[in-house]
Structure formats: C-alpha cells, structure tokens
Ligand binder design. Sequence first.
Ligand code: NAD
Length: 484
Amino acid sequence: MNVHEELLVAGEWRKPAAEARIDVVSPSTEEVIGRVPDAGAEDVDAAVRAARSAFDHGPWRAMDVTERAAVLERALQLLGSRIDEISTLVTSEMGLPTSIAGVQIPGALDTGRYFLQVAQGDPVSEVRQTQLCAAAVVKEPVGVVASIAPWNGPFNLAIAKIFPALVTGCSVVYKPAPETPLDAFVVAEALTQAGLPAGVFNLITGGRETGAALVAHPGIDKVSFTGSTAAGRDIGRECGASFKRVQLELGGKSAAIVLDDADVATTMAGLGVGCFFNTGQVCAAYSRVLLPASRYDELAAALVATAESFVVGDPFDPATTMGPLVSARQRDKVFSYLAAGKDEGATVATGGGAPDGLDKGFYVAPTVFTNADNSMRIAREEIFGPVASVLRYDTIEQAIEIANDSDYGLHGAVFTTDPERAAAVARGVRTGTFSVNAFIYNTEAPFGGVKNSGIGRDTGREAVQAYYELKTINLDAPTAALFG
Ligand code: NAD
C-alpha cells in the first residue's frame, strides 16, 4: 500500500491542512493500493505562495539555462535509477501493461532530455536594428505555472509538462490526476534530491476542486492543462477573465482515412495502435475509421481480426497487450457508449461488452462498430476506450469532409500507397497533428489541436517556447553594447 500523508510545498514534505484523502484503486484488482491527500484551498494557497516566492525572490530564474539543465539532468538520472519502481506504480495505478510501461517510462526520460537540449540550444536574447533604436528581444520565463494532468499517461505527461516549464526558469505547482497520483511523488523526490531550489517545484494532489482552486489562484501566471474538453472550457473561461496564459490539450475524435490502394498489413499495424493502444485511452486515438465503399467488407474484417488479436488481461502479465480502463467510472462511460452505438443502429462486429473470463477489474473488450455514420454519438463524442467506429465513404473529397465534420481537431491519419494522395489528404484534414501510414506520437514535433481539441502545443521545440514571455528592451547606444 502506497500511503502519502504529505505534499511537497516550499521544498519540504508537509502535512496538508485538508483532512480528506483520496483512495487510489487498482483497475485490475479493484483493491485500494494507495492513499494521497485531497488538497483543499489552504493547501493550494500555500503551494502557490511557495512557487510565487521562489519565482520572485529565488535563484532559479536568474540562473543560466545550462545550470538549470544540469540540475534537471540530475533529476532525470535519479528517475532513471528508479525505472522499475515507476513502471510498477504506473501499471498498478492505471493498468498500463508492463510490456508497454517498459518502453514508455524510459521514453519519457528521453523526452525530458530533449527539452533540456532544446532550451540550451535556443538563444534567449536577440538584438534587432529598428528604425528608432536597437531593440533587444529577450525571452523571460512566464512565471508561476499551474500544471494539471489527466490519468492516461501519468509519468510521461508529468515529464512533458514539468520539464519545459522548469528549464525555462518558471516555478511549477503540479497536480496529477486523482486516479494516478503515485508516480508523481517519485518525480517530486527526484527533483528535490537533484538540488532544485525550494519552492520551484511543488506537488499537490486532489481532484477537480483542487484543480479549480489552483487555476483560480491569483498567484498563477500560466495554466498548462491536459484533460477533457469540458474541464478545458471552464479553465479557459477562468484564465480569460484573469488574463492568465493558458495552454489546453483536450479531447479528440480523430479520423483515420483508409484509401482504396492501402496496404492491409501497414494499415492494420497503424489502426491496431491508433484504435486500441492504452485501451483506447488516448486523446489522439483513431476512434473513427473511414473505409472506402469498394473495400469496406475486406478492411472491416481485417480491423475486427486486429481488435481480436489483443490479449486482454492482467497488466502485470508480460503477455498482456491490453489492460483495463482506469476506473469503474470510465468503464461505465464506455459501456454507455456501447449501448448508444447499438441503439443508434451500428453493428457490433466484435466486442461490445466486458471480455469473457475476467471477473475482476474494469475491462472492456476491444470493440469494432461497423455501419456507423458520422451523425451517431459514437462518431461525434470522445469515448476514451477501446472502441472504433467504422464509417463508409465513396470519394476522397467526401472522406475529408467527414473527417472535418467534427467538433474536434487533434489528430488524423491517411493510409495509402500513393504519396501524392497522402499529402493531399494530410493537407485537407483540419487538425493540429496528422500521421501518414502509421500512428505516431512525436514528442520532438509540436503536438496539439484545433477547434475543441485545445489551444497551444505541448511537445517539440514549441513546448519550450510556450513557457517564455517576450520582453522588448529599447536600447540607447551605450546599453546596446551590453546586449551584443
Ligand atoms: P479531466 O478533465 O476530468 O481531468 C484532468 C485533470 O484536470 C485532472 O487532474 C482533474 O482533477 C483536473 N480537473 C478536472 N476538472 C477541472 C477543473 N474544472 N479545473 C481544474 N482542474 C480540473 O480529464 P480525465 O478524465 O482525467 O482525462 C481524460 C481526458 O483527457 C480526455 O478527454 C482526453 O482526450 C484528454 N487528454 C488530452 C490529451 C491531449 O494532449 N490533447 C492528452 C491526454 C488526455
């Protein structure tokens, strides 16, 4: 049992003022495996004040970027020495199969290193000769960042949200999701042991109310949020009213468009990952699959076989390729979409309920709905489970139109052996990210969405830029010499 009675505030592990606690439940055994504080307004206030004081009066933001990167590199090394422990925590708290955690957790550390390299290679000051004077355009850290994460990739999202903010000189108050808070304590320990000055990183745990109190706090300069579109809308409204900078990575309903010349093996490899990876709890998932009428039956049958090839079960079994959903609530939500799909007239080609032989755990069988159309709820709303809705189209123009007929715009794909057509479809679909003949989450390129999928970009060089404000300093001749 992982019991945490304290939060990291101002460089110390402190008992929270709030007495409430959150039970962390294993999605595979349904047993309570951990307990963390459910931080209240007083705890949020203490954490933000600590981050504010560290930013306004501490040494971190004034340090050279290479000095900051050295501290953060030490933290990554410490995390690297605890990889097995982190993998076990993530598998326990969210049900991520060990076969995937073994790749994803070390990969997250590489992403952290990538951000450190980007920041060190990026000039933070540039002098421009303007008609009036020389002007220095200087990048300064945006300030105190509230960073709020969902449960579907706890450790990798923690690294991807925290490291770009810290390396630029910001202070952070980090709140993981209440379902998956355990690995964040290891991150906090590593940052502290690495020598991060007190208050630069603060960890609070809690649910929606804790997050809302954090976002509303006047000491916050920027909110970096990954989560649902509904919560993102509330956060965007709050940040708009108080002029906080805001970065929102929200939901998706991405379409994979399979063209009539697609190679079956390549397509199924991409759709297998795109539709079912992480039990479909992926914002960028290909939850709509658009098949050409001329090959509909053949490709739909191949997708059914792909879905049925997943080994669903105990995430600690190395043979398992699909674990449970994170919580009973999420499982019930997915079940409600399975019912909606059936009611609206789609055909359950495989799955459609709980898998056989698993009497404990929040499992859902990988499901393919055929004969879906784009007006159905299973084609319009984010399900966040292992469910693919298969739609039929006649022309490429029609396929692009269907793909774009969505409130979301996060990701998408085309599968074809014709590069010209791949490029045309990639340009025609209005999303923030797109993949050709694959499902790729590329942390070295910008990732994010348009429309209801959010604002801003979370990865790539752009993730680092997002934690800077630009300041222009109009110079007189003697001062200009100092800015070279
Ligand atoms: P959620 O929005 O319910 O919660 C996400 C986080 O925000 C949690 O830490 C939660 O406690 C907190 N929170 C909830 N409401 C809040 C509010 N009003 N103010 C402040 N904080 C609040 O989402 P979830 O169910 O944990 O995660 C699933 C969602 O996340 C899906 O919609 C998925 O698409 C999205 N997601 C998006 C991306 C992306 O990069 N676009 C990545 C992963 C997940």
